[in-house]
Ligand binder design. Structure first.
Ligand SMILES: CC(C)(COP(=O)(O)OP(=O)(O)OC[C@H]1O[C@@H](n2cnc3c(N)ncnc32)[C@H](O)[C@@H]1OP(=O)(O)O)[C@@H](O)C(=O)NCCC(=O)NCCS
Length: 173
């Protein structure tokens, strides 16, 4: 039986396994996603999927009604002494249904209520308006700009660093 990290009304999220690798690789390179994320290669994901999951996990988001995948993301820095977690590569394939908002609410609940992390952080390209709107409306704070942090097709790009602390989450809920 599948074990879920956390569930909401419409979504359930579970650790990905090797059978999910083609789904993840395909999702990363869809043009509507690729322009906003940094893709990882097959070896990188295979290492995560076959690891003991203490440091990083790939995660599949499923629709509860159909059990079909509607997206993927990665949780990083799970095993650190500073009680923080990084959300990486959040991708919703079935866009515009409110799944992104529902997913991030679920992830915040899991991070702060279930796992008792003190800090959640993520980064985002400066022109990713949908994601920026989503993160700010959920209460993430802009913590700075990582200047020319990534090289995309020969162009250095800035990233916005977003973070939320447990006390800010508790104040909001
Ligand atoms: C960013 C992403 C995860 C959001 O997921 P989603 O399910 O499409 O988003 P939702 O339907 O929950 O909408 C979230 C908000 O964005 C707004 N939004 C959604 N699509 C939009 C669009 N095309 N233009 C403007 N606003 C949009 C929604 O209105 C909603 O805001 P509201 O609740 O205040 O009305 C998804 O679009 C995605 O996978 N994008 C490509 C990869 C990516 O950018 N990942 C994030 C990397 S930092």
């Amino acid at each position: 039986m599948k074990k879920f990290l956390v569930e909401s009304q419409r979504l359930q999220i579970r650790r990905a396994d090797l059978a999910d690798l083609p789904y993840i690789l395909n999702l990363q390179v869809k043009p509507e996603n690729l322009k906003f994320i940094v893709p990882f290669d097959e070896n990188f994901h295979t290492n995560i999927l076959t690891s003991d999951g203490t440091e990083k996990i790939d995660v599949i988001i499923e629709e509860r009604e159909t059990s079909k995948p509607v997206g993927y993301f990665m949780l990083s820095e799970l095993d650190n002494p500073h009680n923080k977690v990084e959300f990486t590569q959040g991708i919703i394939d079935k866009k515009g249904y409110g799944y992104g908002r529902e997913l991030f609410k679920l992830l915040l609940k899991w991070s702060f209520d279930v796992k008792n992390y003190n800090r959640v952080f993520l980064d985002c390209k400066t022109y990713n308006e949908v994601a920026i709107h989503l993160y700010e409306s959920l209460g993430f704070k802009r913590e700075g700009i990582l200047r020319e942090h990534i090289l995309t097709n020969g162009v250095y790009e800035d990233l916005i660093l977003f973070g939320m602390l447990k006390n800010e989450y508790l104040d909001k809920t």
